[in-house]
Design a protein around this ligand. Structure first.
Ligand code: HBI
Ligand code: FE
Length: 290
């Protein structure tokens, strides 16, 4: 992550809330082409793998392969659905700034797009990850409320409890890498999965990762890896369940988390409710392995 000084040097026009103008007119053909390549690929891969809420959001927002979206027009649509807007930022912004945007129903999206030689790996979130990955779920009313509550909780975690790590794990294992259980099987809602060409197949089909039913304390005790596919995914039953499980005062939970175990990304505990082939139907959908 760049320091605040570096950000200000590179983007002298940056505002105190770390937003910049998107300058949509400055994207060139190569940049729109990268968006198209990524979009076309995910449009092939995601039906039957991403949840209906994500696919509906994509359609309602009018996101298409043609070009990188203009944030103003996109935000007007999103705002009419759930009150959220997309604002442009240069890259990662400081935690307190990030939480303040979310708490006010603004999602900070990277203005830049990855290079053609970086289609599968980027170090900082670009416009494809942030807009294709995050905006569709923000069009869903319950998820939209969850994200606002997360931003409000983030400010408190940072200033009152020093519990940023615990809360960041919740974000990671839900917003970024969450799976949801549907009658047809497990489906993706996490932005880090839907925006990844390879992980969107691996997450639902590979026999390798653990798929563990969501438990708030378990998640907050679990480290995560940022440099490879996830070894464990956490599965929610519904967005209503996720919201109900997390819309509470975390003060006593944070105190509890000050002691006790921390788990590695690949750990499986006796107390985990693990989704297995057969007992859960995650391979029974249209993409069941042969
Ligand atoms: N900034 N632009 C941007 N995007 C993020 O996802 C982000 C960030 N700053 C901090 C941050 N995430 C973390 O605080 C959270 O993931 C917990
Ligand atoms: Fe993200």
């Amino acid at each position: 992550m760049q320091t605040v000084e570096e950000l200000r040097t590179r983007h002298p026009e940056i505002r105190p809330d770390f937003t910049i103008d998107q300058h949509w007119e400055r994207y060139g053909a190569e940049e729109h082409g990268v968006w198209r390549t990524l979009f076309d690929h995910q449009a092939q891969v995601l039906p039957g793998r991403a949840c209906a809420e994500f696919l509906d959001g994509l359609a309602k927002l009018g996101l298409v392969a043609d070009s990188i979206p203009d944030f103003e027009r996109l935000s007007d649509r999103l705002e009419s659905l759930t009150g959220w807007r997309i604002v442009a930022v240069p890259s990662l912004v400081p935690d307190d700034i990030f939480f303040d945007h979310l708490a006010n129903r603004r999602f900070p999206a990277g203005q830049f797009i990855r290079k053609p030689e970086q289609l599968d790996y980027i170090e900082e979130p670009d416009v494809f990850h942030d807009v294709f990955g995050h905006a569709p779920m923000l069009a869903h009313p319950v998820f939209a409320d969850y994200m606002e509550a997360y931003g409000k909780g983030g400010s408190r975690a940072l200033t009152q409890f020093g519990a940023l790590e615990n809360l960041a794990r919740l974000y990671w294992y839900t917003v970024e890498f969450g799976l949801v259980e549907k009658p047809e099987g497990l489906r993706i809602y996490g932005s880090g999965i839907v925006s990844s060409r390879a992980e969107s197949i691996y997450a639902v089909e590979s026999p390798s990762p653990n798929r563990i039913h969501f438990d708030l304390e378990r998640v907050m005790r679990t480290e995560y890896r940022i440099d490879d596919f996830q070894e464990s995914y956490f599965v929610i039953s519904s967005f209503e369940e996720l919201f109900a499980e997390t819309y509470k005062d975390f003060a006593s939970l944070y105190r509890k988390l000050e002691t006790g175990p921390t788990y590695k990304p690949g750990d499986v505990l006796a107390s985990d409710d693990v989704h297995h082939r057969g007992t859960h139907s995650y391979l029974s959908g249209s993409h069941a392995a042969g």
